[in-house]
Design a binder for this molecule. Structure first.
Ligand code: NIG
Ligand code: FE
Length: 442
């Protein structure tokens, strides 16, 4: 990861099939293709041509932003405090369940376009704001439609185990209202969910047992394994859906190790790649579970142990590191250096979601270098070839090599490192984004 092959005065040739036909020194390629007719020739003199960026971890399908929660977190609330009080993922679930498919698709498309403009050409997209069959399927259909209508490559992940559906969906305080002591406080103090409201909802629950019914972790696990996954299997077999990966949030207070094992194993049995959230807020032994199950990737890993790092290196599990999470939640960032030194295949992702609203892989690379002490070549490898590996696409994506897909980012700078060095506002820097040989942004 330290040594990148940089070609000075290079050329890339992409065929009509969207695949790279030649890459290397311009002199050699010019003589090789002498007399050939090209549909389009881009003069990138003075610029740098890089492989398209690969974003390994996003939650881009949702309705209802959480800007008010940003204010709460700035005021001192932790991620789990907000979550347990009915906000966080639960807030987004409430809004996503009631959103129309068209509304979700419009939102997804505009986010994916923003990612493309920042150089992302392949992105992993998760479901996970439904937590029940209908909404999870709605999200997966939306991802499927975006795949058909936009040039960006998509790896779809079923993440029905993103949270245990909550008994009550409480309201969350408006911006600025929240103070730490207000949690569970009386109405009017700006608490996320007041005790009074919880009692009212509990009464409602008794009268209407199906309304707002939440689940225990065991019930949620059973629902995923026995109801949701079999339906997804049917729809993927008939070609109505394409799902590539299975994910679960293995975390204290969410899905424990055993439930996570059950869910991931069931997904693997139907041919999905395992790529899950682990060891984010607490050490959960996720890395060892990943090794046991043959996982392709584990995301987060802020709290992974030394033993876990060794297990991931041996099992060649990619560590998907998400610097935006640690940044926004003010956590200690994952130990990227220890992982790199141990030989773990480190990849990066934006973790785009209503908590971490970042569509930009260049920003992620910048954060990875500053916060996690990665070098710029490491950050680029982690956002291209290693990221492609984490999505099981390293044979087609992630580097400029003959036969791979012609996905490029061309930057208006004399050295490629400017893509990492400059942060915020990449519009001036990114000159072209190309997917399968077609210019998708200039
Ligand atoms: O990767 N940690 C769990 N999932 C997401 C956050 C999702 C949300 O807060 O809506 C993550 O950071
Ligand atoms: Fe996530």
């Amino acid at each position: 990861m330290q040594t990148l092959a940089v070609v000075e005065n290079g050329s890339v040739v992409i065929g009509h099939d969207g695949l790279i036909k030649a890459v290397g020194s311009a002199d050699i390629i010019e003589s090789q293709f002498k007399g050939a007719k090209f549909d389009n020739v881009l003069d990138a003199s003075g610029m740098c041509v890089l492989p398209g960026l690969v974003d390994t971890h996003t939650h881009p399908v949702w309705a209802g932003d959480r800007v008010h929660e940003f204010a709460m977190k700035l005021a001192g609330a932790t991620y789990m405090e907000v979550h347990e009080a009915g906000g966080g993922i639960h807030f987004t679930v409430t809004h996503t369940r009631s959103a129309t498919e068209q509304h979700l698709l419009d939102g997804l498309k505009s986010r994916l376009e923003r990612m493309m403009r920042a150089g992302t050409t392949l992105v992993e997209c998760k479901s996970g704001y439904g937590l029940e069959l209908d909404t999870e399927l709605k999200m997966l259909r939306v991802i499927n439609s975006a795949r058909k209508s936009l040039p960006i490559g998509i790896s779809a992940t079923y993440c029905g185990a993103h949270a245990v559906p909550k008994l009550f969906q409480g309201h969350v305080a408006a911006a600025g209202e929240w103070r730490r002591r207000d949690f569970d406080g009386p109405p009017g103090t700006g608490g996320c969910r007041s005790r009074r409201e919880a009692q009212v909802n509990a009464g409602d629950q008794v009268k209407n047992p199906t309304k707002n019914r939440g689940k225990t972790m065991e019930e949620a696990t059973q629902d995923i394994v026995a109801v949701q996954l079999p339906k997804i299997k049917k729809l993927t077999a008939s070609g109505d859906l394409q799902v590539d990966n299975i994910d679960a949030f293995c975390e204290k207070g969410v899905f424990d190790l055993n439930s996570t094992r059950c869910i991931l194993q069931a997904g693997k049995n139907m041919g999905l790649n395992i790529n899950f959230h682990g060891d984010e807020l607490h050490p959960m032994n996720s890395a060892n579970l990943g090794a046991e199950l043959g996982a392709l990737a584990i995301s987060h890993l802020e709290e992974v142990t030394d033993d876990g790092i060794a297990a991931m290196a041996t099992a060649k599990i990619s560590a998907v590191l998400l610097p935006t999470t640690a940044y926004i939640l003010r956590l200690s960032p994952p130990r990227a250096r220890d992982m790199l030194d141990a030989g773990v295949i480190v990849a990066l992702g934006s973790d785009f979601n209503p908590n971490a609203y970042c569509c930009s892989m260049p920003m992620v690379m910048h954060l990875a270098c500053v916060m996690m002490k990665m070098s710029m070549p490491e950050a680029l490898a982690a956002s291209t070839i290693n990221a492609a590996y984490a999505l099981n696409r390293s044979h087609t994506h992630g580097s400029l090599e003959m036969g791979k897909q012609g996905d490029l980012v061309i930057i208006n700078a004399p050295r490629w490192e400017h893509l990492v060095y400059q942060f915020g506002g990449h519009q001036e820097l990114i000159r072209y984004v190309i997917i399968k040989g077609e210019i998708v942004y200039e």
